[in-house]
Write a protein that binds this ligand. Structure first.
Ligand code: SAM
Length: 196
């Protein structure tokens, strides 16, 4: 079975458009076969973004959206916060779409291919992600713990995860070494904010 992150470039291209509004901002995203949630903004990603805006009380200098897909999270953050966001994904088609979507939505981002943090050279004040649960527990742990290792002092990672797909055990594991807060829950999804 082909997963959305397997980089199958032979997969027929069928570009579609996703329209989305947040506050006074209107976004348009191009999407395609072979990328995550190709037909609509993913519920968990939207919940993460809304929870972030509703609960975050501070500013962040350097921001990374890891596992950016066609770009929903990072592009909305860049537009609303009016600041630069770095974005990466292992999926070449997603990265290509994300670059197109950044131009379409006129945001200041840089987008690159990376297997988890392989090509991530900088450290960040905020890492935000809807991690790929279907890629397995090891990838999930690397997304989150690898993120915690790439935070500047006082940096934070915000992520969304399904309660039934490891949220409880992951939170418990993170709490051994990190400060970890459950910021929001909706329809079985948890938004977690963690820092060193
Ligand atoms: C749940 S999706 C979220 C996509 C996007 N952020 C959104 O909100 O629509 C997870 C993303 O992680 C990417 N991914 C999977 N394995 C990865 C890896 N090893 N390194 C980097 N990204 C990966 C997938 O290609 C996918 O785009």
């Amino acid at each position: 079975m082909e997963h959305y992150f397997t980089n199958n470039q032979d997969l027929k291209s069928e570009i579609r458009e996703i329209n989305f509004s947040y506050d006074a901002y209107n976004f348009m995203f191009k999407s395609d076969n072979g990328v995550f949630s190709k037909n609509k903004v993913d519920y968990a990603s939207l919940f993460l973004v809304k929870t972030f805006f509703a609960n975050n009380e501070r500013s962040y200098n350097k921001i990374l959206d890891i596992g950016c897909g066609y770009g929903f999270i990072g592009i909305v953050l860049s537009k609303v916060l009016k600041q630069h966001v770095s974005m990466c994904d292992i999926n070449k088609r997603a990265v290509h779409l994300c670059k197109i979507n950044a131009d379409l939505n006129e945001v200041d981002v840089d987008v690159f291919i990376s297997d988890i943090y392989e090509n991530v050279e900088d450290k960040y004040d905020l890492i935000i992600t809807n991690p790929p649960i279907r890629a397995g527990k090891e990838v999930l742990i690397n997304f989150i713990k690898g993120g915690l290792a790439r935070l500047n002092k006082d940096g934070e990672i915000w992520f969304v995860i399904s309660k039934d797909k490891g949220a409880k055990s992951l939170k418990k594991e993170l709490e051994k070494d990190y400060t970890c807060h459950l910021v929001g829950r909706s329809k079985g999804f948890w938004v977690i904010r963690a820092k060193n």
